[in-house]
Design a protein around this ligand. Structure first.
Ligand SMILES: [Zn+2]
Ligand SMILES: [Zn+2]
Length: 286
């Protein structure tokens, strides 16, 4: 039986992916997917284009977002599915976040210049291909201008956390992230649970419990870096905490060439049933 699969986590040029939203839709059709969700980082800017391409070519596109939320150690990612991209509060908050990040990028460029490594925002922007600017683009400019001899050196000596040109990135907190998604009519899903820097299964479960109390609706049980054991553990968490299942490849295009749309590294397989359960939950919220 060849059931058509879905992929509910991926990125376009609106954040850090290498394909435009339209190219992403064409690629998904090419490999035979039945539906995709576009979940760019902290922006819905690619959603309208993806939906239009989906309507033209015949592919369902679920409007989504992936919000980075701060925690004591690192960040966690919360995917919102079936959100209304036109939601005012969601857009206002994304705009505010972008302004804070633009200010941070300006401070980084200034600091690097003060440190004798002139870098301008225009140069950094040229490296981003129109997407969201971040430290990898700074590192690329530093390398190109001969300020460093490798991208690793740019991070390790200058722009990694605790280094002289590091400034913390503006982030939402988990409660705010879940609230924004609910406010926009969507369901909130904890993304790729193995990437949360939890040392033990108990720590992960503690975090899931906390997020569930904040209103989390679901958890990814299939994701790009997952092992079979990690996916089983996520299944058990979903079961124990009454959470919906979701997942996807976290496809980024050529930026992460080993991850393929729909299948990641070959270990994921999401059926239409997963999508229908999420759709029902989102409809029940309205
Ligand atoms: Zn993520
Ligand atoms: Zn992602």
């Amino acid at each position: 039986m060849s059931e058509r699969l879905v992929d509910l986590h991926m990125h376009s040029t609106a954040s850090d992916g290498s394909l435009t939203p339209s190219e992403l839709v064409a690629h998904a059709l090419e490999v035979g997917l039945a539906a995709i969700a576009l979940t760019d980082h902290d922006t819905t800017d690619g959603v309208a284009e993806a939906i239009a391409a989906g309507e033209r070519l015949g592919l369902e596109v679920v409007p989504g977002i992936e919000i980075s939320a701060k925690r004591e150690r690192g960040t966690l990612h919360i995917v919102g599915l079936f959100i209304d991209p036109a939601n005012r509060r969601l857009q206002e908050r994304c705009v505010r976040l972008r302004a804070e990040r633009a200010a941070r990028n300006g401070r980084m460029a200034e600091r690097l210049t003060e440190l004798g490594m002139p870098v301008s925002i225009e140069e950094v922007r040229a490296k981003s291909g129109g997407g969201v600017l971040g430290r990898p683009h700074f590192a690329a400019v530093m390398l190109e201008k001969g300020h460093v001899t490798s991208l690793d050196e740019a991070f390790d000596r200058w722009i990694a956390k605790g280094r002289p040109a590091y400034f913390p990135k503006a982030l939402f907190d988990p409660a705010e992230s879940i609230e924004m998604i609910h406010d926009a009519g969507g369901v909130a899903i904890l993304a790729h649970p193995s990437q949360l820097l939890c040392d033990t299964a108990a720590e992960l479960e503690g975090m899931v419990t906390e997020l569930r109390d904040l209103g989390l609706d679901g958890i990814e049980t299939q994701w790009s870096t997952a092992t079979a054991e990690e996916m089983e553990e996520a299944e058990r968490l979903a079961e124990r905490h009454g959470l919906l299942r979701s997942g996807g490849s976290d496809f980024h295009g050529g930026v992460k060439p080993d991850i393929r749309i729909g299948v990641a590294r070959g270990q994921i397989r999401l059926t239409g049933e997963v999508l229908e359960a999420l759709r029902e939950a989102a409809q029940a919220r309205r």
